[in-house]
Write a protein that binds this ligand. Structure first.
Ligand code: ADP
Length: 494
């Protein structure tokens, strides 16, 4: 059966239009040109808390709206509906019986007589309370977000560093006031700014930034930027990932700090160490020569004692000077190796003998078979320097123990040999295990460390010597139980 065939009565049976009018989910209202209400549906009466007798022919439309809305009605609504016959979606506040108000959207059409005069107006009202609430909430959270943003901007403008933020794809979307001051520009254009001021290290910066972006990992890079006096200053650029909202993609926040004075003072210190270590070499060598001559000359009995003490001091002076020299070489990338094939078993035994002769407080126990034939291809002098330094540290940082153990162990496949120096001393706090390999770093909360002399360079040198051998040193440690330092070298296949 097609729609046109449906009997009109069947439609009337199916759809009760009166019922639809009365209980529709919106309010219906008809009023005369003077505003007198002549028809109103049940939904609207319910919203307003009136019954129909109280409203019909007794109230005017303007009685049901706020004063402001009534003014609007007289000035705009009525002329508009008279002229065009229709008004759409006006936002009014409507008044209930208890004079409380709520917002509605009002649309209306006029009913005109044949002579064109308006006879009545039919209006539809939609309750928009929920929608208004939602809009208010939205407005409130926008205001909150704006206030947060403002707070962040004020704080970061106070900062003497350049602060920036970027979207997940790395596009910078905020820079603080310092940026504009530093680059002497009123406009934000990172590329133009960088082209002008970052001529030396632009590639280094982009590489660090790209790597950070790809791995979604914070980064820090030191670069030179040109200042307004056209000279370069060192800056530390840092970027960190942060999550603004659980569902939102990660964003970036970063800074650019002028570290010129720190970098320059480190450079000056390194330069001084470099010169001093070279200059110390000559007088130490001649002192040693004079010492050897004196040893051969017959001296009064008490002078022998002074001579041996002078030798001890001379040796530690020589060790300090050669440590400084090593650091200069490492920093200048000039640490060179002289590799040969040698027996690591013999070299280790030699190290033990050398330290045992000089330091009698501890017994150095070799926990390996001295007849083991294990050859490595490495710089013998440098590997012995590593081992002697580790054994000396083991003794230095275990004042209450009386022994140190040295292990030598080839792996199962016979490709590597592991060298380990174990002590029963003060140990190292876990959180500082990575730091002890940094230049000049010394643990300062071990009771022993204040007494033990040192420059904090030994492990830095060891790490670098082993790096040149494609190896590295590892450490396990427990406070007041002891430490174990170990590294591996590839075995030479004979
Ligand atoms: P130095 O011994 O001259 O201070 P190192 O670079 O050799 O410099 O060592 C750095 C720091 O690591 C030391 O100051 C010490 O705090 C800690 N350390 C090194 N070896 C040991 C060890 N065997 N036991 C405990 N602490 C150690």
């Amino acid at each position: 059966m097609s729609l046109s065939n449906i009997d009109r009565r069947v439609v009337d049976e199916l759809i009760d239009t009166e019922e639809l009018y009365q209980n529709a989910p919106c309010g219906y209202l008809s009023f005369l040109p003077d505003g007198t209400i002549i028809k109103i549906n049940r939904t609207l009466l319910r919203w307003l808390n009136y019954n129909s007798e109280e409203v019909l022919y007794k109230k005017k439309f303007t009685d049901l709206i706020s004063k402001g809305a009534a003014l609007h009605f007289e000035m705009f609504f009525r002329p508009l509906v008279n002229a065009t016959g229709v008004v759409n979606q006006l936002s009014y506040d409507i008044l209930a019986k208890d004079r409380s108000s709520f917002p509605v959207f009002l649309s209306a059409v006029s009913v005109k007589a044949e002579d064109g005069q308006v006879k009545a107006v039919n209006a539809t009202l939609y309750d928009v309370r929920e929608r208004k609430l939602y809009e208010q909430e939205l407005l409130l959270s926008k205001k909150k977000a704006d206030a947060e943003r403002k707070r962040f901007e004020v704080l970061s403008d106070f900062n003497p560093e350049i602060i920036w933020t970027a979207a997940a794809d790395g596009k910078i979307d905020y820079v603080n006031r310092r940026f504009y001051q530093y680059f002497n520009t009123a406009e934000f254009s990172l590329n133009t700014a960088l082209e002008k001021v970052c001529t030396h290290d632009r590639f280094k910066l982009f590489k660090a930034w790209r790597t950070g972006l790809n791995k979604r990992q914070g980064f820090a890079v030191e670069i030179r930027l040109k200042n307004q006096a056209d000279s370069f200053e060192w800056h530390l650029i840092k970027g960190e990932v942060y999550i603004e909202e659980a569902s939102a993609p990660a964003r970036w926040i970063g800074s650019c700090t002028n570290i010129d004075s720190q970098v320059k003072s480190i450079q000056r210190r390194d330069e001084f160490i470099n010169i001093a270590s070279h200059e110390l070499k000559t007088p130490i060598t001649s002192l040693k020569a004079y010492h050897q001559i004196l040893q051969r000359i017959a001296l009064p009995a008490n002078a022998e004692n002074f001579l041996s003490r002078a030798n001890i001091s001379l040796n530690s002076l020589e060790f300090l000077a050669s440590s400084l020299l090593d650091v200069s070489k490492i920093d200048a990338n000039q640490l060179s190796l002289n590799p040969t094939t040698f027996s690591i078993t013999e070299a280790l035994q030699e190290c033990i003998d050398i330290v045992s002769a000089a330091r009698r407080s501890h017994t150095i126990i070799s926990q390996f078979d001295p007849t083991l034939s294990l050859a490595v291809f490495a710089d013998r002098q440098r590997i012995m320097q590593v081992v002697i330094n580790l054994i000396n540290n083991a003794i230095k940082y275990s004042p209450d123990a009386d022994q140190v153990e040295v292990y030598l162990e080839p792996n199962a496949s016979g490709t590597l040999v592991k060298i380990e120096i174990r002590d029963f001393g003060v140990g190292i706090p876990q959180e500082q295990l990575d730091l002890i390999f940094e230049k000049y770093y010394r643990v300062n909360d071990t009771k022993n460390n204040n007494k033990a002399a040192g420059l904090g360079l030994g492990l830095y040198i060891i790490q670098n010597i082993l790096r040149h051998h494609q190896s590295r040193v590892f450490v396990n440690s427990e406070i007041n139980k002891g430490s174990s330092f170990y590294f591996s070298l590839p075995l030479s296949q004979s």
